[in-house]
Design a protein around this ligand. Structure first.
Ligand code: ZN
Length: 223
């Protein structure tokens, strides 16, 4: 992820050091951005209680409370004393995967929760294929049992192969499952749209997995 700046002219958070023709104000360097972004995802999706905040039913948390919680109660709080509201907002607004939503001083994770939240997603008729990145060692079980949400509320799918590969890389030797979205619909499984890149389903049965792409481009392993 790139450094974040704030434009002196249009006031937006941007990833370019020059915006609207003038030098922008540095807000966050890449390292702090990644570090805080990961922490925000973790707190908002999985362990808000660790900093003493309680999301509402739809997953919203007040940004001021979140910042206070991180600075006062997070177990590595000494690493986060620099955090201010604008850092949280900048990260949320510029997230490349649309992981966060910000509204009226509140923030929530858009998807990926293991905590019980009720977020209304649009059901879409998705035509074509969606991808799911995982690691090779999980492949055998997935092909036998299909894809289940495990600890999360939904199975995550994406329309972007690179995003799926990134996910796979985080889990080890990456593989990408190619899922036939029409097959899901025909089985009555709803496809929810979380962001422009991320789609959610409750389950992917084995027969809707069309094939598997290994990490070497062009090398396709058929289940
Ligand atoms: Zn500007």
């Amino acid at each position: 992820m790139r450094d974040i700046y704030k434009c002196r002219v249009c006031g937006r958070y941007v990833e370019e050091p020059i915006h609207c023709g003038v030098e922008a104000i540095p807000v966050l360097d890449s390292m702090r951005r990644v570090m805080l972004s990961k922490l925000l995802s973790g707190i908002l999706r999985h362990y808000p209680w660790e900093i003493g905040v309680k999301p509402d039913e739809e997953g919203w948390v007040r940004i001021e409370e979140l910042v206070k919680g991180i600075r006062e109660r997070w177990r590595n709080k000494e690493l986060y004393q620099w955090v201010r509201r604008e850092h949280v907002e900048a990260i949320a607004l510029l997230d490349p995967k649309g992981r966060f939503e910000v509204r009226d001083g509140y923030i929530r994770a858009r998807y990926g929760h293991s905590i019980r939240v009720r977020i209304k997603y649009d059901v879409v008729e998705y035509d074509g294929v969606l991808y799911h990145g995982t690691s090779r060692d999980r492949l055998f079980r997935i092909i036998r049992e299909g894809l289940k949400p495990m600890k999360r509320l939904y199975v995550h799918l994406t329309n972007d192969l690179e995003t799926a590969l990134d996910t796979g890389r985080r889990h080890g030797d990456p593989v990408v499952l190619v899922v036939d979205a029409g097959c899901l619909s025909s089985m009555g499984i709803k496809v929810y749209k979380a962001t422009d890149k991320i789609y959610l389903v409750e389950y992917v049965p084995p027969q809707c997995i069309k094939h598997v792409i290994g990490k070497h481009q062009g090398r396709i392993l058929t289940p």
